[in-house]
Design a protein around this ligand. Sequence first.
Ligand code: KG4
Ligand code: ZN
Length: 347
Amino acid sequence: MIILGIESSCDETSVAVLKDDIILANLISSQDFHINFGGVVPELSSRAHIQIITSLVKEALAKADCTLDDIDAIGATAGPGLIGALLVGYTFARGLAFAKKKKFVPVNHIEGHIFSGFLMEEKPQFPLLVLAVSGGHTLLLLAKSFTEIIKLGSTIDDAAGEAFDKVAKMIGLGYPGGPKIQLAAEKGDKQKIPFPIADLKDKYNFSFSGLKTSVLRYVQSTFGGPKDTPIPENHLNDIAASFQYAVVRALLIKCEFALKEYNISSMSLVGGVAANKELRNAFLQLGEKYKKKVVIPELEYCGDNAAMIAFRAQSLLNAGETFPLETDAFPNFSSKYFINPPLADSL
Ligand code: KG4
Ligand code: ZN
């Protein structure tokens, strides 16, 4: 089966061609101009998707050495994401499917991330513990199959990536926050400032707003507030390292709870924040400690990409799911494959 995947939920336009397990093309066009605005401007994002989508589809097909006639199905992100941005890729893909009489699969963006480990040569195995960390989501999941995803916990406020972005802005590192904090943290001392980890009633949930506030208080009390910065470079590096360390610990504590409680075959770290080196290393070490197979996608497949959307479309078609073209799934914010946690011993 050959699938054309299209992703346009935020500031990346991406088109991929997937033939069974082989990624024939995965083109990603990042809208770097948002850097000038300190964050993604939705209207500009939609316009940029419109400008590039047709040529990117042509380019991806050429790279994959395919024509539209060779394609069996088209999968596109239907949500969650920026509504105008999503509309560009989704309506383009649906229109193309209609015109070319192809199967069309609306794909939930988070589900795309969740199974992105399957794009790697070494595949994860079910039951699979997934830590999904991006700019919009922080989720701990237990996937029993491609269509049964148990949601163990999620953030009750900011997503992990959002916390990286907000703290980076606060300490004057700018946008995009994640990579900038990682870079500064490499030169800092992560033990320097003991930033707190939220202690929540619900064992598997996450919270990052207290940590964010605590960085703000620290900056205010030490330097008189973000407005009165600049913070000296070595101190800035220590703040970045200590903050990053707190985020990594907060994420991994919950993974460890799940490893102790559930019968898990393998573990996967996915989403934009999975690009973070310190988090990748800590996740690998946790897997070693519990003797679990760990699959973390290569960097190209951590951030938003269409290969994961094509793979998700393929896994749903293989599971026998059908998506009548007349039934419009847009915007598809929720996932019908998410189920509530059962008792641990029933797994
Ligand atoms: O998955 P993604 O590309 O888009 C969403 O679906 O949200 O994730 C983007 C998020 C941003 O918050 C960005 O700061 C974060 O991933 N990120 C990182 C790193 N690279 C990207 N966070 C920490 N360390 C990184 N190296
Ligand atoms: Zn994403």
